[in-house]
Design a binder for this molecule. Structure first.
Ligand code: MN
Length: 339
């Protein structure tokens, strides 16, 4: 632990002022988690666990922050009377960090944070208001492609469906091993979706072939990308406290390889990431520590992309591109749907 360790900050890193390169955002959002409880405590627990993560990044060859400036932003305040207002407030909280000048990494919170993340990414200079340009890469046990769960269309189980509704151009999924017939049919028919099932990538006989196809797919991605990591994509033994731990998932190293392949892709620009469904557990810090390790790896991969010219800060154009409709988007959308 370094002498200037700051408690409560990601990796304990102090804020040195000036332009922010990496913003750690906390979304203690929990509205629809169906089975487990405690995702609202996830972000804070992940920050505490990050104090135990080594600062050395082997690919950068140096310790984080590696000359860059990190900010651990105050958490989203949880305000909003209705679900729609909460989603709008999350979008408003995220917006200042999606202007292209820094790399935002959000910690959740349940996977229901994905639609507001996608909505915030719409104003990114590389997305230019057209979400069809955006690819979402999803690590998850669940396809999250349901139309609704228990009557709720913004359930965590519908996060990817709602992102497709918002108009994203492409969805790449890996780790998927719990899904319904309806979701399997959507995967078959919606050309925007490419799914690598865990039964294939984790197969003891053919896994290596499928896994290298997944990494090749990532290497071929072009344009702006949001990476969403539901930590239940990892094998349940690594994340025992997450909302719905599922056996048969990705190994720790497969998550690392996914991050590396995506951030190293020559024509892709990973503009943002989130790690969600983090739940602390009394007696073992394994779940939140796994999340903190993955968050650190993600930031290391971002800094390498920056160093090697695959990510460049985009200054906000003179014409203000901030999306003024974003702060009421979900309220208006859901009001329309109820009519
Ligand atoms: Mn999920």
């Amino acid at each position: 632990m370094s002498e200037d360790f700051v408690e409560g900050n990601f990796l304990g890193l102090p804020e040195s002022g000036g332009d922010i390169d990496v913003a750690i955002l906390q979304l203690p959002y929990e509205l629809t988690t169906s089975y487990g409880q405690g995702t609202a405590q996830g972000p804070a627990a992940c920050l505490v666990a990050s104090a135990q993560v080594e600062l050395f990044d082997d690919r950068l060859g140096e310790n984080l922050p590696a000359g860059s400036t990190f900010l651990t932003a105050p958490p989203w305040d949880g305000e909003g009377g209705s679900l729609a207002q909460q989603l709008d407030n999350i979008t408003s909280y995220l917006q200042p960090w999606f202007q292209g000048h820094c790399f935002p990494l959000a910690l959740g919170g349940e996977h229901g944070i994905l639609p507001p993340l996608v909505r915030a990414a719409r104003q990114h200079p590389l997305v230019e208001g057209d979400l069809e340009r955006l690819t979402v890469v999803q690590i998850d046990a669940h396809a999250d492609l349901r139309e609704q769960l228990n009557g709720e269309t913004y359930s965590h189980a519908c996060a990817s469906s709602r992102s497709l509704d918002l108009g994203i151009g492409r969805l790449l999924q890996v780790g998927i091993r719990a899904y319904s017939k309806e979701e399997a049919e959507l995967i078959e028919t919606d050309e925007r979706i490419t799914t690598f099932f865990a039964k294939d990538t984790q197969s003891t006989l053919h896994g290596a072939k499928h896994w290298s196809q997944w990494l090749e797919t990532l290497s071929g991605v072009s344009g702006p990308v949001h990476l969403t990591i539901d930590i239940d994509g990892l094998d349940g033994s690594l994340v025992p406290a997450t909302g719905t731990p599922v056996p048969g998932g990705l190994t720790y190293w497969q998550v690392f390889e996914t991050i590396q392949a995506l951030f190293d892709a020559p024509n892709a620009v990973v503009i943002s990431a989130d790690i969600n469904e983090i739940v602390p557990q009394e007696g073992t810090p394994l779940t939140e520590f796994s999340a903190a390790m993955i968050a650190t790896k993600t930031i290391g991969a971002h800094l390498l992309a920056r160093r090697e010219g695959r990510w460049t800060a985009t200054k906000k154009p003179d014409s203000d591109n901030s999306d003024t409709q974003a702060s009421t988007f979900f309220s208006e959308l859901l009001a329309d749907n109820m009519e």
